[in-house]
Design a protein around this ligand. Structure first.
Ligand code: CA
Ligand code: CA
Length: 584
């Protein structure tokens, strides 16, 4: 009797230990509060609002010079290329994705590998801009990421075993997936990549635990949205916009507007924000009209999958000015607003609830395609001389249109690298680039799986001594408070902290820290390859850590024209670095 009771007690204790050892589930409340919880990084953006601000101040302007490596981990293999991932930190583990659709779980204390999942990619994938991945999402006991062949995969955080998988779309039609998924109210929200192949952009929501589709919302006007029941039966959920209102003829069928950088979510407004890419094809003369909802910010109600408001940054885009950049919500003058540094060179402030344009100003020095944004109408004031000419204008069908010089170049005043916002300084920290391009249009027809551009181009530097510039942007005044120039184009993201610091990486391989108020550079470390990814920070056991992925690549070496030649001395890599303060 006594023995039995002891056994029962031991069994109870064992069950209790097992329960403790299992991963505590990541909940919606935890993700919504991610920006405030210092011990973890649960979302891309260090909070679904995307501010990339940490309240940690253990590492600060006074001691950041004492920052030293704690450990480094190599992604290994023969596969390198661009590493654009933001790591996630939870439950003693780092989850980090790498090029060619790989994901790793790493022991936070030691830097030892816990597991790796390497997705088997088919021949014939068509990523436009390198074989990158920007990160994963956490929900319950799962870590979820997307692949270059447009699949979504959920793995057990402890074992790395696949729990569910779902196909987003057909990679042979040009679809791929590179963004970090967004978790909202138990759903995993994703977009699509493939805007250079005449795909149709969309946002869709799945049950994060099962992968079951809940709704889809096309981002090209004229396409039907759908909702799905538990058995997978779909019903119509309203057309996006009005058929043919802003797209002539059949052009809406291959309209692009891909949602390749993912989205942000603000629990205060209850809305998700997705930016949309260029309209297809690049030649704007064969799709006269605004071409909604390309090159726009869309606010979507996650409960219904309906578009609540839209603001189009570049109507009838003719320069590949993807409007995918992150819409970062914050408080300004007692109002909930969002900031977006657009590829077209203008920084926009929109009301986060209504989309009303409140301010727009340049954050790069040279913009030729528009002379400004009319705050009354919300529309750009175009400079017609900066729009590449119509190939059909000369009469001949096969003729190249007039070539023009335009700035920014299509790689943008800002591209995929996310900015940061500090409530402490009230400033945005924007990784900007100064470049232009020669661009011309050519006749083009749609063919499944083929590039759908109708344009030729050469990216050109504007200055001999720098292309990149980290800029502190005042969202109230539009003033650039300070800048730190960089020889190569900046392609990594930014983080800011309550320690009065800004962290960012450079293609030359340095992770750097500067004083957020003054722009004085305070620390740098050479990571061995170019940095094209955003840093993160967290605390554990009374110490603050900083991590960043290193590995040169992305769109610049592939599409950068004269700039690519200027930076072809940069070497590839693939590793993650973790730093902490040196203990004397
Ligand atoms: Ca957190
Ligand atoms: Ca594009």
């Amino acid at each position: 009797m006594k023995t039995l009771r002891v056994i029962a007690a031991v069994a109870g204790l064992t069950a209790c230990l097992a329960a403790n050892a299992a991963t505590p589930p990541v909940t919606d409340a935890m993700i919504d509060a991610d920006a405030k919880s210092a011990g973890d990084v649960l979302s891309w953006g260090m909070g679904p609002q995307g501010q990339r601000y940490s309240a940690l101040a253990r590492i600060n302007t006074k001691n950041v010079s004492q920052l030293v490596p704690a450990w480094s981990f190599s992604f290994g293999g023969e596969k390198q290329r661009g590493q654009e991932a933001q790591p996630l930190i939870y439950n003693g583990k780092m989850f980090v994705t790498a090029s060619y659709s790989r994901i790793y779980a790493i022991d936070l204390k030691t830097g030892a590998k816990l597991w790796k999942y390497e997705h088997r990619l088919p021949e014939g994938i068509m990523p436009c801009c390198d074989v990158v991945n920007r990160g994963a999402a956490l929900y319950d006991n799962l870590v979820i990421f997307g692949t270059l062949d447009a699949q979504l995969i959920a793995l057990n955080q402890d074992t790395g075993k696949v729990v569910w998988k779902d196909k987003i779309d057909d990679y042979a039609a040009g679809y791929s997936y590179t963004a970090a998924p967004l978790i909202v109210k138990g759903m995993v929200l994703t977009g699509v990549s493939g805007g250079e192949f005449g795909v149709v952009g969309r946002v869709e929501a799945r049950d994060a635990k099962t992968g079951q589709l809940i709704w889809t919302r096309p981002t090209v006007e004229g396409h039907m949205g759908y909702k799905y029941d538990k058995d997978g039966n779909k019903t119509e959920n309203g057309i996006s916009g009005t058929l043919n209102a802003t797209w002539p003829g059949e052009t809406w069928k291959t309209g692009g507007a891909s949602t390749w950088l993912g989205g942000t979510y603000d629990p205060q407004t209850g809305l998700v924000y997705f930016g949309t890419g260029n309209p297809g094809p690049w030649n704007s003369h064969i799709r006269k009209g605004d071409n909604l909802y390309s090159s726009s910010t869309l606010a979507i109600d996650p409960d219904t999958g309906k578009i609540v408001w839209h603001y189009q940054n570049t109507p009838n885009d003719g320069w590949d000015f993807d409007g995918v950049n992150e819409f970062v919500t914050f408080d300004m003058d007692g109002r909930r607003v969002g900031g977006k540094a657009d590829r077209n060179g203008f920084f926009y402030i929109n009301d986060a609830k209504t989309g009303q344009l409140l301010n727009a100003f340049p954050f790069v020095k040279k913009i030729t395609w528009a002379t400004g944004i009319d705050l009354k109408t919300g529309r750009p004031i175009y400079n017609p001389e900066s729009r590449p000419g119509d190939p059909a204008a000369g009469g001949g069908e096969e003729k190249k249109g007039q070539s023009v010089f335009a700035a920014p170049g299509f790689l943008g005043g800002k591209n995929q690298m996310p900015m940061a916002y500090s409530p402490q300084t009230g400033l945005f920290y924007v990784p900007a680039n100064e470049w232009g391009m020669d661009i011309w249009n050519e006749p083009v027809g749609y063919k499944k799986g083929a590039a759908f551009l109708g344009a030729g181009f050469t990216i050109k530097p504007l200055n001999s001594d720098y292309i990149g510039a980290l800029r502190a942007v005042n969202p109230k005044t539009g003033k650039i408070e300070w800048e730190i120039r960089n020889y190569a184009p900046l392609w990594g993201g930014v983080m800011t902290t309550a320690g009065g610091l800004v962290f960012w990486g450079t293609p030359e391989g340095y992770l750097k820290a500067a004083d957020a108020k003054t722009g004085k550079e305070l620390w740098k470390f050479q990571t061995g390859s170019g940095i094209v990814a955003p840093p993160v920070t967290w605390e554990e056991g009374g110490e603050q850590f900083v991590a960043v992925v290193s590995g040169w690549g992305g769109a610049v070496p592939l599409w950068g024209g004269e700039v690519a030649k200027r930076v072809n001395f940069l070497e590839q890599g693939g590793s993650v670095w973790v730093f902490k303060l040196h203990k004397n």
